[in-house]
Design a protein around this ligand. Structure first.
Ligand SMILES: Nc1ncnc2c1ncn2[C@@H]1O[C@H](COP(=O)(O)OP(=O)(O)OP(=O)(O)O)[C@@H](O)[C@H]1O
Length: 310
């Protein structure tokens, strides 16, 4: 795999509304029952509890991304304590944890979106296919073509549906059949059938759920290897959320998907692996989603999942 990245668009970050509570239908599983036991949120974790991390190893042959002692400070504040973990290729990895625990900070390290925050200081290493993305010879804009991102609030450009999806291709000077790539991206984003007769209408005329799938089509049109999603469904209604969740499952056949979510049912439904960050920016547990939700090793993770705090 070449480490020379090509030039591509820079997405602007949106901080959107929504608190992550919007939810599609539950799965009715034992995992759901445990999560739905989140009635009592009055227990505050004690500092004495064991916080020895339990991090599942991902072999080099499976890891597309590897963080080694990766930490982030904003000024004097440590937002992310040193994280060491691998993220497996072509799986969905969910990142969960209470508000302010560093989920978005970690996600933004992966395609260097933290570069845009003056106060952010990143230490340690973050390797993408073996290459440290913070090496001096890495072009962050080109990196973001290989590691796309979808934000919480749908943010289509005030352009036609076709232009939205073709945007990244045009920026990178793609000289193939742009219309074919636009169709393929819209099909992969499960939006083609709904928009194929209105490709020249504004992307802003679509519903919120359609706009978010348009943003996903825009992110995958340049054919990235990794798609980062920062609470992609939290501003959507349950029907639109279910469509985006179905889409994420399909995307993982082709892409590595890393999704930050506040919604634990969603994490349990759609992810293969789950990383749990807790207050203070510590990665406390990482492993197979079923195991984390059914039998977490760490008491604080158990308490968080069953609603005793968070
Ligand atoms: N641009 C910034 N400048 C300064 N501090 C920041 C900035 N962004 C985040 N922080 C701080 O870093 C810590 C982690 O924030 P982050 O947004 O990564 O958490 P999060 O788990 O994604 O939270 P939420 O679930 O509420 O979105 C918080 O204490 C937050 O206040």
């Amino acid at each position: 795999m070449s480490d020379s990245y090509h030039v591509h668009e820079t997405d602007s970050e949106e901080s959107g509304a929504g608190d992550g509570e919007t939810d599609a239908e539950g799965t009715g599983s034992a995992v759901d029952e445990r999560i739905e036991d989140r009635e009592d949120s009055s227990v505050t974790p004690s500092d004495d509890e064991d916080l020895t991390p339990s991090i599942q190893e991902v072999p080099d042959s499976r890891a597309v991304i590897r963080a080694e002692e990766l930490s982030v400070h904003y000024g004097e504040e440590e937002a992310l304590q040193p994280v060491t973990m691998g993220i497996p290729e072509r799986e969905v990895t969910a990142i969960i944890g209470p508000s302010g625990c560093g989920k978005s900070t970690f996600l933004r390290c992966i395609n260097r979106m933290n570069d845009m925050i003056d106060a952010a200081r990143v230490e340690g290493s973050l390797r993408f296919r073996g290459k440290d993305v913070y090496d001096e010879d890495v072009d962050p804009v080109a990196l973001r073509r290989r590691i796309g991102i979808v934000f919480q609030k749908p943010n289509p450009f005030p352009k036609s549906i076709r232009e939205n999806v073709a945007y990244g291709l045009n920026i990178q000077g793609y000289d193939g059949d742009v219309d074919a790539r636009v169709e393929e991206a819209l099909r992969n984003a499960a939006l083609w059938d709904e928009v194929k007769d209105q490709l020249d209408s504004s992307g802003l005329d679509l519903s919120g759920g359609q706009q978010q799938r348009l943003c996903i089509a825009r992110a995958i049109a340049p054919d990235p290897e990794v798609v980062l999603m920062d609470e992609p469904a939290s501003a959507l209604d349950p029907v639109a959320t279910a469509k985006v969740e179905d889409l994420i499952a399909d995307l993982s056949e082709q892409y590595t998907v890393i999704i930050v979510t506040h919604n634990m049912q969603q994490a349990a439904r759609i992810s293969d692996k789950t990383a749990v960050f807790l207050t203070g920016g510590q990665l406390v547990e990482f492993g197979d989603t079923n195991r984390i939700f059914e039998n977490p090793e760490n008491q604080r993770v158990e308490d968080y999942i069953t609603g005793k705090f968070g």
